[in-house]
Design a protein around this ligand. Structure first.
Ligand code: SF4
Length: 449
């Protein structure tokens, strides 16, 4: 290795492409073409940027074994699977950049498939709730600078978003909140005492599946109709809920963060709707904002890109020749559980680890194409495996933070692999070749322009 290649440089203000916080204050030391050290990241983010064992070459399964092939062979085989399928599912998209997501939507439309994101198994109900009720939103910067009460409901940022408190919510010092944690109150509602709950000023442990009732009781207190609330709701004494409602009304600026504890317990999108209604009603007394705690770093991005390209945020079916959206019918788990898809392409995701067992069994019955930098349990089911560069480390791109702010991620080092966008372009070209047309495919919004 030459002296030039081994030169050490330091990149500042680097974005972390792990969770929805998209922390943008990382300092990365690079030696030659390798990340040597990451400062200011939590352990999750540092581990992603430092990198670990990768898929090294494209592979196609032959006689039950994955065999190394060229990128072109992998693109051609992937295109063949997608073109031959009647209703392919193109799933994942939360851990890649908006540029790749846009190509994914174009490819799905070309092959008449269904596009769905990991939101379908995390904050999909939030999206439906927000569509019904609207959202009293804010940026994380506003919350940092103004919030004197932070509510975490059904989420555990101390473990899932470790820098959330330090950078945006509980512990950070802001313009109107110079005392940081001392000047703020923290209220946690959950079904168990998490690490986040241990650091709260007030923790309310509710019975599993009782979020809707507890939210309704709080709404009654906020509306001044506490006399109609029963003595206990969701296993919580009435007085405790009264105190929590009082705490919320007394805040100058409250921020309500919610997680999968609400979206995936009984009630799902209706729980979210009830939480949004509570926040809207609190705004009759004080300023209150609400935000879903998005998990993957660009899961918010696929919702944005899909919405501006097709009009719908997820679970979009192009098999009728036009975009059609009906979660419950067109979501990834719906079509897989009905065995209503005959090929699956997985991009930057691992459904074999995250989907219910019966659905994974159905996934194993159809040809699977995987595009990912890393091997994971989905690789074991895949017929075609295509490694890609890591966005935010080996290629640049745009991602949306959990508050809907679009941020640009840098390329830090070179990669031997193409970006997700490059891989998708390769497959799109192979699809065109297979269909005997070189005509430029148009994105949905371009087609109608
Ligand atoms: S909190 Fe999330 S975005 Fe921030 S450094 Fe940790 S993993 Fe990365």
């Amino acid at each position: 290795m030459s002296g030039q290649e081994m030169k050490t440089r330091v990149e500042e203000d680097v974005l972390c492409s792990f969770c929805g916080c998209l922390c943008d204050d990382l300092v990365v030391e690079i030696e030659g073409n390798k990340v040597k050290n990451v400062r200011h990241a939590c352990r999750l983010g540092a581990s992603k940027l430092m990198g670990h064992e990768r898929i090294r070459t494209p592979m196609i399964r032959k006689n039950g074994k994955l065999e190394e092939v060229s990128y072109q062979e992998a693109y051609d085989r992937a295109a063949q699977i997608l073109v031959n399928a009647k209703r392919p599912l193109l799933y994942g998209w939360a851990s890649t950049v908006c540029e790749a997501q846009k190509k994914g939507i174009l490819l799905t439309e070309m092959v008449g498939g269904i596009l769905d994101s990991t939101a379908t198994v995390c904050h999909g109900p939030s999206i439906l709730g927000i569509e019904e009720r609207g959202l009293s939103g804010a940026t994380l910067g506003q919350i940092k600078n103004r919030a004197d009460l932070i509510v975490f409901w059904g989420c555990n940022p101390a473990e899932a978003h470790p820098k959330h408190g330090l950078r945006y919510s509980t512990n950070v010092c802001g313009f109107f909140t110079p005392e940081g944690r001392k000047g703020r109150k923290v209220l946690v509602v959950d079904v168990r005492q998490t690490r986040t709950a241990k650091n709260a000023d007030k923790f309310i442990m509710i019975a599993t599946g009782s979020d809707f009732e507890v939210l309704s009781a709080l709404r009654m207190f906020v509306a001044g109709k506490g006399e109609f609330v029963p003595e206990k709701v969701g296993g919580v004494p009435k007085e405790e809920l009264f105190e929590a409602a009082d705490m919320m009304k007394a805040a100058k600026f409250g921020a309500f963060f919610f997680g999968l504890g609400i979206t995936h317990s009984r009630g799902r999108s209706k729980n979210v709707g009830n939480a949004l209604a509570l926040i809207a009603e609190l705004n009759a007394h004080t300023k209150f904002v609400v935000m879903p705690m998005r998990g993957h770093y660009n899961v918010a991005g696929i919702g944005q890109v899909a919405a501006w390209e097709t009009g719908f945020p997820m679970s979009i079916d192009f098999s009728r020749g036009t975009a059609y959206f009906n979660p419950g019918e067109t979501a990834a788990c719906d079509v897989l559980s009905r065995e209503d898809t005959d090929a699956v392409m997985v991009v930057a995701s691992d459904p074999a680890s995250n989907f219910p067992r019966g659905i994974v069994e159905n996934l194993a019955k159809v040809p699977v194409i995987q595009i990912d930098p890393y091997e994971n349990p989905t690789t074991l089911l895949a017929e075609v495996v295509i490694p890609s560069a890591i966005a935010g480390v080996e290629c640049e791109g745009t991602a949306y933070r959990m508050d809907g702010l679009a941020l640009r991620m840098k390329k830090l080092v070179n990669s031997p692999h193409p970006s997700d966008e490059g891989v998708l372009n390769g497959i799109i070209e192979s699809v065109k070749k297979l269909r005997g047309t070189e005509a430029e495919a148009k994105a949905p919004n371009e087609a109608s322009a």
